[in-house]
Structures are given as C-alpha cells and as structure tokens.
Design a protein around this ligand. Structure first.
Ligand SMILES: Nc1ncnc2c1ncn2[C@@H]1O[C@H](COP(=O)(O)OP(=O)(O)O)[C@@H](O)[C@H]1O
Ligand SMILES: [Mg+2]
Length: 239
C-alpha cells in the first residue's frame, strides 16, 4: 500500500478514514492491525478487498519484481454471516458451487475435519454456537483457498474461552496453510499472540509498525510477550 487514502463524505462533512497508509505485507506473513475504535481498521480491509473504493494512493500485489493481477482475497467478518437456509456443509461449499461435486465434497470434508466440525455438517446455523459459526465462516474462507485472508475482529464477539481456543487454532492453521493474513483487532494481547508484525493505526495513519520476533505458539506469560504488549499499549495510549 502506497499513500493509500480513503475519504468519506457525509453531507458537507469530510471524514478522512485513511490519510496516507504506507504498508508492505510480506507474502505468507501474518500482520495484525490494532487501534482504537474509529482509527480506520475496517476501512483499510474494505478498501483492500474492493468493498470500498480508495480515494487515492496505490494497492499492488507483487510477485518477484512485477505486479500481479487477480489475487484471490477473502474476508472474514466479526459476525459469521452464514446463510441461515443452508447447512454448515453447504455454507462452507458456497464459493465452490461451480466445481465438480466430488471435489466439493473432498474440500468441504477436509475443512470440516480440520476445524472440528465433522458432526455438524448437516446442522443449520441456528443449531450451532457462536464459536462454531465463526469456525464455519473460517472454513468457508479456507475452502475458497484465497492467497490473502482479511479478518476484521473475527473473534471479538466470542466469549473469552472460545476466543482463546480459536486464537490457537488460527495460529495452527496459519502455520499449516501458508496464507497471507491481515488480522484486525482492538485487543492488544491478540495482536501480539498472532502477528509477525503489529501495525498500530491511529486516526487513519500508521503510528508504528512493530515486528514481533517470537516463535509460535506464543506464551502470554513470557517477559518478551509482556514487553511487546506494553510497547503497543504505550503507542496507542501515550505515556
Ligand atoms: N461508510 C462510511 N461512511 C462514512 N464514514 C464512515 C464510513 N465507514 C467508516 N466511517 C468513518 O471512518 C472512520 C474509520 O472507521 P472504521 O474504519 O470503521 O474504524 P475502526 O474499524 O478502526 O473502528 C470513522 O470515523 C468512521 O466513522
Ligand atoms: Mg472496525
């Protein structure tokens, strides 16, 4: 992203949601974006996946030395956004509907297994818990097999216990699946737990980028973890 800008207009009012974002995201890396409510996190993801048109600047996907068109991007939202009239399996298969039925079955079954959802394949969204529904949303994204996954606070509506379990699973999935992930959160611990780089956003600009040099899985009780956490907090809150 080079000098990426997004301005919203409400009546005569101009809202600069992103005012010049310069950010490089390495292929197959996990970047967390953290910041206060209203700092522009959601806007950044929406502009990246084309749900919102940028007002200026550049977004390029680069392979080798040249830019590349047609990168497959997928977004996971805070709410699962499942189709209530489709089963868990059918929701996961949604992006695959043009493929061969055997391939669909294989992909869906593999991801149901991976996410511990096997016995819920034929359940409807209303019959499963919030944590499971968010797993299905993640499974739907993984079945689509994008190169870049954008996640907008996907765990923040879950209870603390379910959130911890899913954080661990997301780390595992990331290690095994080799995807580029941009994960938005307002939870500082989550930013340190998941990201190889934490990007701190404030009023539509990047205040700081902090590479997190800790091996996975990370231990929140570690001194180094605590130091990263404090550094992020200090950047957001001031001294
Ligand atoms: N569709 C929109 N129209 C007008 N203003 C918007 C719209 N979406 C977001 N904003 C404004 O842009 C700023 C950034 O919002 P947002 O990206 O949602 O922040 P965050 O996700 O960090 O809470 C806020 O001031 C918000 O009010
Ligand atoms: Mg948001």
């Amino acid at each position: 992203m080079k000098d990426l800008k997004k301005t919203y207009h409400i009546k005569n009012c101009e809202i600069k949601a992103l005012s010049g974002i310069n950010l490089e995201v390495e292929d197959k890396s996990f970047v967390t974006v953290v910041g206060r409510s209203g700092s522009g996190k959601t806007t950044l993801l929406r502009v990246l996946c084309g749900l919102e048109e940028k007002s200026g600047g550049e977004i390029s996907f680069i392979e080798g030395n040249s830019s590349k068109a047609g990168t497959k991007i997928s977004m996971v939202f805070q709410e699962p956004r499942l189709m209530h009239w489709l089963t868990v399996g059918e929701n996961m298969a949604f992006s695959l509907r043009k493929e061969d039925p055997d391939i669909i079955k294989h992909k869906v079954d593999r991801h149901l297994d991976l996410l511990g959802l096997k016995q819920f394949k034929d359940a409807f969204p209303r019959q499963i818990s919030g944590g499971m529904a968010q797993r299905v949303a993640l499974g739907r994204t993984l079945c689509y097999d994008p190169e870049v996954i954008l996640m907008d606070e996907p765990l923040s509506a879950l209870d603390a216990f379910t959130r911890q379990v899913l954080q661990k699973e997301i780390v595992k999935l990331f290690i095994n699946q080799q995807k580029t992930v941009i994960f938005v959160t307002h939870d500082v611990d989550e930013a340190v737990l998941l990201g190889q780089k934490a990007v701190i956003l404030e009023d539509g600009i990047i205040k700081k980028q902090i590479p997190i040099e800790l091996p996975y899985p990370r231990d929140q009780a570690q001194d180094k973890f605590f130091k990263y956490r404090q550094e992020i907090l200090k950047t957001i809150m001031g001294d």
